[in-house]
Design a protein around this ligand. Structure first.
Ligand code: DP6
Length: 324
């Protein structure tokens, strides 16, 4: 029996992924672009053993009860490796769970690496990213560090729906400041929310059609290390996604009043000369893109806003790796 531990970091999309072209293989309808965050990680240990009765998943010291997605993912790894044995998975996040921060990206990226190595497979780079995507779309990006692009691809088998690194973590000193406005799980999970949006929003075709332009704009901004241009397309993609979500039936409203207040606060900071740009995922937390040397100041400002539960800040971090 081989026990392997892997760590992967969370990521925040600047150009958002929302919508699937295939639900079974989890193929995205649109590409995306993200930053891998050093400060937020998941560490996962996997062992396959014939003596285990069934898969056992221990999350932060407690036996997890609702784990069909993890078991389905382990089944994929077993099929790839030709294994029949159950697995023991032990996993923990270094960021507060229940803080409403997405952990499926770092979670499935760490699981993909630990489980394949424990099963005797040696997947790396795009092969590992492709597998992680089958667990969660955003997890494909957490295989790589720094700035990462995810391709929607157009092949039915998903072979081209993978992420690729764009910039290494040290190539551009950016940071993300995360203001937690409310704890607790999100109202509607990403998968259900995406499917509802695709099935009911009249704006969905326009969202898909306009995505390539946003990605091009972001890539040009990154190549030129132009934070003003990157910030503009980041906010555009975020607000376009939330407008799209609101146009679903029933609507998906992930924000709370403090989310709105922080969006306005960040716009004010910009008018005052502090470069900061908002992005928001399928929950009420506000993530702020800025230069690394401005992060501490922005962290203090957002932390002082009434109602903010906590503030975290991170520079860009590495891709998924095995922990010795
Ligand atoms: C709003 O990757 O969590 O954070 O593929 O269904 O697991 P599944 O969805 P997930 O969706 C992330 C959506 C988002 C935007 C993004 O990260 O690009």
């Amino acid at each position: 029996m081989q026990r392997v531990t892997a760590r992967a970091h969370a990521n925040i999309a600047l150009v958002k992924y929302w919508g699937k072209r295939d639900t079974t293989l989890n193929l995205p309808a649109v590409g995306s672009l993200s930053l891998t965050l050093e400060a937020l990680s998941t560490t996962t240990t996997v062992a396959f053993c014939p003596d285990f009765e069934r898969d056992r998943i221990v999350f932060e010291g407690e036996g997890a009860t609702h784990t069909p997605r993890i078991v389905a993912f382990l089944d994929r790894v077993r099929r790839l490796a030709g294994l029949k044995m159950p697995a023991e998975v032990t996993t923990a996040n270094n960021f507060p769970t229940g803080a409403g921060l997405a952990s499926s990206a770092s979670g499935f990226a760490a699981l993909a690496l630990a489980a394949t190595r424990a099963a005797g497979l040696d997947l790396e780079g795009s092969a590992l990213s492709r597998l992680a995507r089958e667990g969660s779309g955003s997890a494909a990006r957490s295989i790589f560090g720094g700035v990462v692009a995810m391709h929607a691809g157009d092949q039915d088998d998903g072979r081209d729906a993978v992420a690729e690194p764009v910039l290494s973590p040290g190539a551009w000193p950016l940071a993300v400041v995360i203001a937690v406005t409310a704890a607790g799980p999100k109202a509607v999970g990403s998968t259900a929310g995406m499917n509802r949006t695709r099935d009911t929003s009249p704006f969905y075709p326009a969202w898909v059609a306009s995505h390539a332009d946003d990605l091009d704009e972001a890539r040009r901004a990154i190549a030129a290390r132009d934070l003003t241009a990157l910030g503009a397309v980041t906010e555009h993609s975020c607000f376009k996604m939330h407008g799209l979500m609101l146009s679903a039936r029933p609507p998906l409203l992930y924000w709370n009043p403090l989310t709105v207040a922080l969006v306005q606060k960040v716009a004010t900071l910009r008018q005052e000369g502090l470069e900061a740009y908002c992005t928001i995922d399928a929950g009420p937390q506000v993530k702020v893109l800025c230069r690394a040397d401005a992060a501490a100041e922005i962290e203090a400002i957002l932390g002082a806003e009434p109602g903010v539960v906590r503030v975290l800040s991170s520079r860009l971090g590495p891709g998924a790796h095995v922990v010795p």
